[in-house]
Write a protein that binds this ligand. Structure first.
Ligand SMILES: [Cu+2]
Length: 400
């Protein structure tokens, strides 16, 4: 009687858990539906391998438990002696070898296909940063950053934002971005992956791509989305505090919609017309930075300082801190040093434009002339630095 009661209670609890799961997230098992041939192959490989190891596991443990039970000592069985048995040794070497080869053959086939980035229809350079991605459509002259668009109130909730409204989470909470990577459907998209600070990884399960993005190296990968749709992924390499907050969204659209999107972004055939010079890598970035920085009409100390403070906050404060004190010893303060030295303006300009090899100080030459002039002006006149230097965009242009 007692056992029946416990069993009934357990069943009721299980039912409650199942229905709660059904209400919250879809109650699903297995992997996301593949949207590329490679993703399908990967899932097949996964099932195949699972099958092989299940059969081996059941066989080995079955034989083991059977022997232990059937031939136990208490029944008077004596241990057999297999020492120096050549036949057994050959069998237990050959059989696993055959099994491994059987598993390696299909796996190798998929890896070779996965690595074959030849003859792409378009190439996009993808760069990982702490904590966002950028996409540079190399032949189309389109460049943009892509970062998390989930509002911070939804992440922090009432705990961090006392005045936050009851925080309902978006459907694609933490898997949504401001600028999606748009690609034409059924076209081979080659990715050139790298990173600007630490190792990140570009991972979109439905497209079957997972590739580390390593600073100083360019790795390639490719996908061909089989049908239109939105495919979501995440950075898959622990890359610091906001690792969980740099999602990836790929939208595969028809060729017409893709051309329209390119045109909206100022790229495509317009950027490729015969008399236009081909865009250099990074130039598109500068163009975007120009367009977005709202460079002031009149270049005065005041307007430059205002723009400089804003752009410093975006591009430099993560390391050098908003108060200019840096985080020594890793990141030097900019209060004092060459930023406060009237005679070291050229050095200051050089380190911002070129970066410093072998340190975390990267080149910021992809920023617009106005942004760089404003940032340096800001650094040379904030936090007690009082060089009075006002740099102009023309000066930056000449120094490039
Ligand atoms: Cu990352």
């Amino acid at each position: 009687m007692r056992w029946r009661g416990i069993f009934a209670a357990a069943l009721a609890a299980l039912a409650a858990v199942l229905s709660a799961g059904g209400a919250g997230a879809a109650w699903e098992t297995g992997m996301q539906e593949p949207a590329s041939a490679i993703a399908r192959e990967q899932q097949w490989l996964n099932l195949f391998m699972l099958g092989v190891i299940t059969v081996i596991g059941a066989g080995v443990f079955g034989a083991m438990f059977y022997s232990i039970f059937k031939h136990r000592k208490s029944k008077g069985h004596k241990a057999a002696n297999f020492h120096e048995n050549t036949l057994v040794e050959i069998i237990w070497t050959a059989v696993p070898m055959v099994i491994i080869i059987l598993m390696a053959l299909p796996a190798t086939r998929v890896i070779l296909a996965y690595k074959d980035t030849s003859a792409p229809d378009l190439t996009v350079k993808v760069t990982g940063y702490q904590w966002k991605w950028s996409y540079d459509y190399l032949d189309e002259g389109v460049f943009f950053y892509s970062q998390l668009s989930t509002p911070p109130e939804q992440i922090g909730g009432k705990y961090y934002f006392s005045d936050a409204a009851e925080t309902e989470k978006n459907e694609n909470y933490l898997l949504e971005v401001d600028n999606e990577m748009v690609v034409p459907v059924r076209k081979k998209v080659r990715l050139l992956l790298t990173a600007a600070d630490v190792i990140h990884a570009w991972w979109v399960p439905q497209l079957g791509v997972k590739q580390d993005a390593v600073p100083g190296f360019v790795r390639d990968a490719w996908f061909r989305a089989e049908r239109e749709g939105v495919y979501r992924g995440q950075c898959a390499e622990l890359c610091g505090k906001n690792h969980g907050f740099m999602p990836i969204v790929v939208r595969a659209v028809s060729e017409e919609a893709y051309a329209e999107w390119l045109a909206e972004r100022g790229g495509g055939t317009a950027a490729k017309s015969d008399d236009a010079e081909p865009l250099r890598v990074g130039q598109a970035a500068a163009a975007q930075s120009d367009a977005e920085s709202e460079a002031p009409q009149e270049w005065t100390m005041e307007s430059a300082m205002a723009l400089g403070e804003k752009q410093y906050g975006t591009f430099c404060a993560a390391c050098h801190q908003a108060n200019g004190e840096g985080l020594p010893p890793a990141f030097p303060g900019l209060k004092g040093g060459i930023s406060a030295d009237k005679n070291k303006k050229a050095e200051h300009l050089e380190i911002v434009l070129k970066g410093k090899a072998g340190t975390a100080m990267a080149s910021f030459s992809y920023l617009s002339d106005a942004d760089i002039a404003a940032i340096i002006t800001y650094e040379r006149n904030a936090w007690g630095n009082d060089t009075g230097d006002l740099l102009t965009p023309e000066e930056i242009k000449a120094a490039r």
